[in-house]
Ligand binder design. Structure first.
Ligand code: SAH
Ligand code: SF4
Length: 395
C-alpha cells in the first residue's frame, strides 16, 4: 500500500496498449477526458492532486474516487513517467537521472540542492526540453550532439515528478510532500523551439492542483529565439534567463550562431519588453547567463561592453565557469579572471553571481547536462556487464 510506484513492465505495456497517459495532461484536457467517460469535470483536480502532490500512480490508491471509477480508470488510463535508465545520487546532495524516452533516446535531469544542506531547503531541478539541440552553440556538448526530437509534455513534467518521487520512499501517500522548490529549463535543448509542450509542462508546474510552484521559481532559459519570447510574455508568467555569453554581435555569432538570425539589438529589445510591466510593484528582471571561456569572452574589455549593453535592462548576471567536455575547443577561465570580470560588473551596479560547480563527483554540473549521455550509457552498460561477469564468475 505504501510502496513507491516504480515503472513496471505492466505499466509500460499499459502505454503500449494505448491507455491514455494522464501524466502531462492539462487541467482542461483532463476535465474533457473525465467528461468523455461520463464523469463530472471536477474529477480532474482530484486526480491531479493524487498524481502530482502525493505521487500516486495506482488508481486503486485514490481513495476519494468511487470503486467503479477506479476500475474504469484502470481499464482505460495510466500514469506513466519516462523510464529511469539509471540514476546517481552524489555525496553533496546532487541527484542525476538519465531517462529513456519513447523511441530509446536518452535525456538527463539534474537536481542541485542549496549549500545549507537542510532537508527542506532549496532544491533546484534542471530539466531537459528536447533530445539534443539544433542550435549548435560552440561551447555546448548538447549542441554537438545535434537535434533528435522534441520532448512531450509528459516527458518534460515527468522529470519533475520522478525527482520529487525520489524523496517519497517509504512515506505513506497522504504524508508525501514535493521537495523540489525551483525548476530551471536549462537541461538539454532549446525550450522555446519546443514551445507548446514546454508551456504546457510549465503550466502544470505552476498549477495549484499540480506542483503549485511560484512563478518566480520556474525559469525558462533561452539562447534568444526572439519571436517566441514575445509569445511567452503573453502565454505564461515565469522567470526568464537569456544565455548571452558575448557582449557584441561578432563574438556572439561565433559562440551562439542563432545570433546571426536574431542579433543583440533585437534580443535586448525583446528582453526589455519581457520585463516591462506597467505596475511598478511587479518589478521583474532578466537573468543573464554568461559562460566564462578562457581568452575568448572574459577580458576587462568584454566586461565593459557587457555593462554598456545591459545598462537599461533590469538584469542579474550569472557567470558560469565553462564545463569542459572531450574535444571542447575552449578552457575554463581562471578564478582570478572570473572575479576580476565580476568586479567590473559589480562596480557598475549589477548584481552578479558566480555559479558554483556542484555534483562534480557524478559529472552533473548544470549546463554539462548531456552530450556524453550516450557515451556514459555505453560506459554504464560495460560496467553492468563487468559486474554480471564477475557475479557469474563467483557463482
Ligand atoms: N538552450 C537553452 C537552455 C539549455 S542550455 C539555452 O541555451 O539557454 C542551459 C545553460 O547551460 C545555457 O546558459 C548554456 O549556455 C549553458 N551551457 C551549455 N554548455 C555549457 C558548458 N559546456 N559549460 C557551461 N555552461 C554551459
Ligand atoms: Fe542548444 Fe542551449 Fe546548447 Fe545552445 S547552449 S546548443 S541553445 S542547449
Amino acid at each position: 500500500m505504501n510502496k513507491i510506484p516504480v515503472i513496471t513492465s505492466a505499466e509500460q505495456s499499459d502505454q503500449a496498449a494505448k491507455k491514455a497517459n494522464l501524466l502531462g495532461m492539462s487541467k482542461d484536457e483532463l476535465s474533457a477526458f473525465f467528461v468523455s467517460l461520463g464523469e463530472k469535470p471536477f474529477r480532474a483536480t482530484q486526480v491531479m492532486k493524487w498524481i502530482y502532490q502525493f505521487g500516486v500512480t495506482d488508481f486503486f490508491e485514490m481513495t476519494n474516487i468511487s470503486k467503479k471509477l477506479q476500475h474504469k480508470l484502470h481499464e482505460v488510463a495510466c500514469v506513466v513517467p519516462p523510464t529511469v535508465k539509471y540514476k546517481e545520487f552524489s555525496q553533496d546532495g546532487t541527484r542525476k537521472w538519465v531517462f529513456e524516452v519513447t523511441g530509446g533516446s536518452l535525456v538527463e535531469t539534474v537536481l542541485i540542492p542549496a549549500d545549507d544542506g537542510k532537508q527542506f531547503g532549496r532544491k533546484t531541478l534542471c530539466i531537459s526540453s528536447q533530445v539534443g539541440c539544433a542550435l549548435d552553440c560552440s561551447f555546448c556538448s548538447t549542441g554537438k550532439q545535434g537535434f533528435e526530437r522534441d520532448l512531450t509534455p509528459s516527458e518534460i513534467i515527468g522529470q519533475l515528478w520522478v525527482a520529487n518521487q525520489s524523496y517519497m520512499e517509504n512515506v505513506p501517500p497522504t504524508e508525501r510532500e514535493n521537495r523540489v522548490t525551483n525548476v530551471v529549463m536549462m537541461g538539454m535543448g532549446e525550450p522555446l523551439l519546443n514551445y507548446n509542450p514546454v508551456v504546457a509542462a510549465m503550466s502544470l508546474m505552476l498549477d495549484d492542483h499540480a506542483f503549485g510552484l511560484s512563478k518566480r521559481r520556474v525559469t525558462l532559459s533561452t539562447s534568444g529565439v526572439i519571436p517566441k519570447m514575445y509569445d511567452l510574455a503573453k502565454d505564461i508568467d515565469v522567470a526568464l534567463a537569456i544565455s548571452l555569453h558575448a557582449p557584441n554581435d561578432e563574438l556572439r555569432n561565433e559562440l551562439v550562431p542563432i545570433n546571426k538570425k536574431y542579433p543583440l539589438k533585437d534580443l535586448i529589445k525583446a528582453a526589455k519588453s519581457y520585463v516591462y510591466d506597467e505596475n511598478p510593484r511587479h518589478k521583474k528582471h532578466i537573468t543573464i547567463e554568461y559562460v566564462m571561456l578562457a581568452g575568448v569572452n572574459d577580458s576587462d574589455e568584454h566586461a565593459h561592453q557587457l555593462v554598456d549593453l545591459l545598462k537599461d535592462l533590469p538584469s542579474k548576471i550569472n557567470l558560469i565557469p565553462f564545463n569542459p567536455f572531450p574535444h571542447a575547443p575552449y578552457g575554463r577561465s581562471s578564478n582570478n579572471r572570473i572575479h576580476a570580470f565580476s568586479h567590473i560588473l559589480n562596480q557598475a551596479g549589477f548584481v552578479c553571481t558566480i555559479r558554483q560547480t556542484r555534483g562534480d563527483d557524478i559529472d552533473a554540473a548544470c549546463g554539462q547536462l548531456v552530450g556524453q549521455v550516450a557515451d556514459r550509457t555505453r560506459r554504464a552498460k560495460k560496467w553492468q556487464e563487468s559486474i554480471q561477469k564477475r557475479q557469474s564468475h563467483h557463482e
